[in-house]
Design a protein around this ligand. Structure first.
Ligand code: 1VU
Length: 280
């Protein structure tokens, strides 16, 4: 599975769904939650299900349903489950309990929870490893929690996260890796700032995220590039693997003036494996 870019498309916009098919996003997230106004929810369910039935080729098709404690999710699932989405995005998830509750309503469909949107969710970030068989990844959000706790913003003036949200990002990252699933970076809302996005996405991959959500077509190629290893990175990874192969029995080596040992070899192997899954 290659899951570098996941593009949100509002579920009541079939024109945008068609456009999204040609954008090389690895997955489309057809949204029934916050991108759809309350009065448009019934139409969005129907349009999303129709689109899913007619467009089975191309990217993976994920659907973001409404939250478990909304009175909307059962109608969402009734409308879309027959169309067999590749995964369900669960907003306002509060740990393994939420995942089990959705899995009971939608058996056999992998779940990608958004893990940091309520205060209680924060204390459940370590629990996802108990439901790793039900989830394909973890992602996080920096938009809903400030509203839930009366904070004025999750970002500093320069766009970086304030300490509480930087902490949440780290917990979501390690929660995903503890569960052994994809770690998906949250959206970059300033969709006209492409240089800022490129730096943000590079930082995400550097930190251990494996992919990232997008909200606008222009973000997709930038995210794909950031999560695709460069030729130079691959060459270095191969050289590290070769160096250990040429020195069997040695735990630590001099690699051009710097020490490499077991973690560097693991990292190099992981990068080569990542490139193999990222090849079309
Ligand atoms: O040039 P065209 O007319 O052919 O196409 C437009 C526009 O339709 C298209 N486009 C999109 N196509 C597919 N998917 C999209 N998400 C999408 N967004 C735009 O691209 C062409 C240019 O559009 P634009 O630059 O004029 O953009 P607008 O000002 O019309 O729209 C900007 C927003 C941000 C409103 C739009 O991109 C959008 O609706 N994005 C998705 C929002 C969303 O789903 N938000 C919820 C998830 S965020 C979250 O919850 C974080 C955890």
């Amino acid at each position: 599975m290659r899951l570098r870019s996941l593009l949100f498309v509002p579920g009541d916009r079939p024109d945008r769904m068609e456009k999204a098919l040609g954008l090389e996003a690895d997955a489309l997230i057809l949204d029934l939650e916050d991108a759809v106004a309350p009065q448009a929810k019934p139409a969005a369910r129907q349009l999303t299900a129709e689109f899913l039935r007619s467009a089975k080729q191309g990217p993976m098709f994920f659907i973001r349903v409404n939250a478990l404690d909304s009175d909307l999710i059962d109608d969402d699932l009734e409308a879309i489950l027959d169309a067999r989405p590749d995964a369900l995005i669960l907003p306002k998830a509060e740990g393994a309990t939420s995942v089990r509750a959705l899995a009971a309503k939608a058996p056999g469909i992998p779940i990608l929870p958004i893990t940091t949107e309520t205060p209680a969710a924060v204390f459940e970030l370590g629990s996802y490893r108990t439901v790793r068989h039900l989830i394909l990844g973890l992602t996080w959000g920096a938009e809903d929690l400030p509203a839930a706790i009366g904070a004025t913003n999750s970002r500093e003036e320069d766009g970086s996260y304030t300490p509480p949200y930087e902490m949440l990002r780290s917990l979501a990252l390690f929660g995903a890796h503890a569960a052994g699933v994809e770690a998906i970076e949250t959206v970059y809302p300033a969709f006209r700032e492409l240089d800022g996005l490129a730096a943000y996405a590079r930082r995400a991959r550097r930190d251990g995220f494996t992919g990232m959500m997008a909200i606008h077509p222009a973000q997709v190629p930038i995210i794909n590039a950031a999560f695709t290893p460069t030729v130079e990175e691959l060459a270095e990874a191969q050289a590290i693997i070769d160096a250990f192969a040429a020195n069997p029995g040695r735990g630590a080596l001099n690699f051009g003036g710097r020490m490499i040992d077991a973690p560097h070899l693991r990292q190099a192997r992981r990068l080569i494996a990542l490139a193999e899954t990222a090849s079309p």
